[in-house]
Ligand binder design. Sequence first.
Ligand code: HPA
Length: 275
Amino acid sequence: MGQLYDVAKEIADRIRAKCDRKVDLCVVLGSGLGAFVDALDNQVVIPYAEIEGFPTSSVHGHAGNLVFGQLNGKDLVVMQGRVHFYECGDLKRVTLPVRILYCLGCRRMIVTNAAGAANPAFNAGELMLITDHLNMMMAGSPLIGLNEDKFGERFPDMSEAYNHEMSDILRQTAKSLGILLREGVYCASHGPEYETPAEVRLFQKLGADAVGMSTVPEVVVANHMCMKVAGISCLTNKAAGLSETKLSHAEVMECGRKVAKDFVNLLREGVAKML
Ligand code: HPA
């Protein structure tokens, strides 16, 4: 007991030795959405590879940097790129960065991702506020195993996994900027293969509006530590069976770049209001 806590704290101390700014809010950027960091002032960029013990991603298009920055003179920290479950098959490793961010002082998190639109009314190129999630990662929960009491309780409540107050700020910010912000349930499957059309039909029946391969493990762990969370999906394609073309990572990355302007504006304005 306490092992994971000690590991996370030690890595957080290594980060503090490189940048000692106080941070309360962190942003996790998904595939093709790394451009948000360009909106930050006074950046300190630390490649994950230069932080001993920090999980690194192998996926093309995922920069791996921890970026300290400021909006209107207020501090935040950004994860530019994340490790996915399909890369390592280890949910503890996937969620270690969130534990580390907690040890750095973060108590609020905004998660973002690229996702396929499972709701037939939603289109590629739109943004979706995540109101809830379905964990269809068959490998289970990142909380399996001995509970670390220093992080949170054995059976954490998940009835407001996505914080209403933070979500409201993003909702109102989108409205004031004239950005269409869909809302719905994000369903995580483990990947790396995209879903079959039959799986998408199953997920739709369960209530999914978007499907992706990330986010849920991080949100579970953040809730375990009583962090407040908000989430945005960038719908990069219609999900399998709804899309007229085959799905590809290149299409996902390309669409991510296309909606980057709206995404960055929403996040910049929304985060600035939260700081
Ligand atoms: N499915 C799963 N993950 C994704 C998708 C998708 O359609 N698009 C982007 N990430």
